[in-house]
Ligand binder design. Structure first.
Ligand code: ADP
Ligand code: MG
Length: 290
């Protein structure tokens, strides 16, 4: 099979891991920079033109689309789908996962545990917004943030008010969320491939930080999920339409709460913490479907 990893950077651990896993299983693997693809649309025969050639011999793609290029990246993925190339991540699911509000609405409809969340356009009613999510401390998030950037912990009412007002002043869309203090700066990243949790790690924020993202200096260790956690992770990925997903879960007093479902989850942290060849699991998923 010929597999294209859509990635902007060949040197990234995740990209290299996918290339290696594909080659080990006897496939030809190429890395394609989605931002350098031209999408060619006509009445029939949709194609992608890349570095002087038409990409017409690809059997499957693995999109690794950064949050800053969702629009262009998802258009390239959609083009491959039109060419009947199997994608590890569907373009629609990719787009859905990038909007935290829309994602929470999907998860809520599925009846999954979530931190209570308010979306508001109206900055003047901060008292009502805050009391809706149980009062300060609260979490304030940009709808399209990633790697922990754009997530703020407002410790008291005054801080929360000024942060909400500042974001609104910048016309940035935000959600205000109940702060889950009992998770103590830790969360779970469950890596789902094709309806199964293939690996899970507990991430703990560094001293003085509440965000457990590895990009923010968090530490990872392997963890065995409870049945409820495992079920939540699998259901969250399924409802989001993601065959490959990194599901972030907070352990709360009322059970597992999903905070987000990532559609291009990093492989380095999870492979190193668990020793699982996660990239190999993704390649096997392609083999079953492409
Ligand atoms: P990002 O997309 O930037 O990773 P997340 O929503 O996953 O944004 O939040 C980043 C981190 O902040 C989480 O991994 C978690 O450690 C912490 N966090 C997020 N929401 C909450 C919350 N409601 N209560 C407590 N901690 C939270
Ligand atoms: Mg996250």
């Amino acid at each position: 099979m010929k597999i294209a990893v859509l990635s902007r950077n060949t040197d990234l651990y995740s990209t290299q891991s996918l290339v290696k896993a594909g080659q080990e299983r006897g496939h030809e693997v190429v890395v394609v920079d989605h931002l350098k693809c031209n999408i060619i649309i006509e009445q029939k025969k949709p194609t992608v033109f890349y570095k002087g050639h038409y990409l017409n011999d690809i059997n499957a793609i693995i999109p690794r689309i950064g949050a800053s290029v969702t629009f262009y990246g998802s258009a390239v993925v959609r083009q491959f789908e039109m060419m009947k190339v199997f994608s590890a991540v569907e373009s629609q699911a990719l787009i859905r996962s990038r909007d935290k509000l829309r994602s929470l609405q999907v998860l809520s409809r599925a009846g999954l545990g979530l931190p209570k969340t308010v979306f508001t356009n109206y900055a003047k009613e901060t008292d009502e917004i805050l009391s809706e999510v149980g009062g300060a401390p609260v979490i304030i998030k940009l709808l399209e943030g990633t790697q922990g950037l754009g997530v703020v912990l407002a410790e008291n009412k005054k801080a929360a008010k000024s942060v909400i007002e500042a974001f609104h002043g910048l016309k940035a869309r935000i959600i205000v969320q109940e702060f889950i203090g009992e998770s103590k700066g830790s969360d779970i990243r469950a890596f789902v491939v094709d309806g199964e949790v293939v690996g899970a790690m507990k991430r703990t924020a560094k001293e003085g930080e509440f965000r457990s993202n590895l990009h923010r200096g968090g530490k990872a260790e392997i963890i065995k999920l409870t049945e409820e956690e495992e079920h939540s992770a699998i259901e969250a990925a399924r409802k989001m339409g993601l065959a490959v997903a990194g599901v972030d879960i907070l352990q709360s007093n009322r059970g597992p709460l999903i905070i987000e479902v990532n559609s291009s989850p990093g492989l380095e942290g999870i492979e190193k913490a668990t020793g699982v060849n996660v990239a190999g699991k993704i390649i096997q998923y392609l083999e079953r479907n492409a």
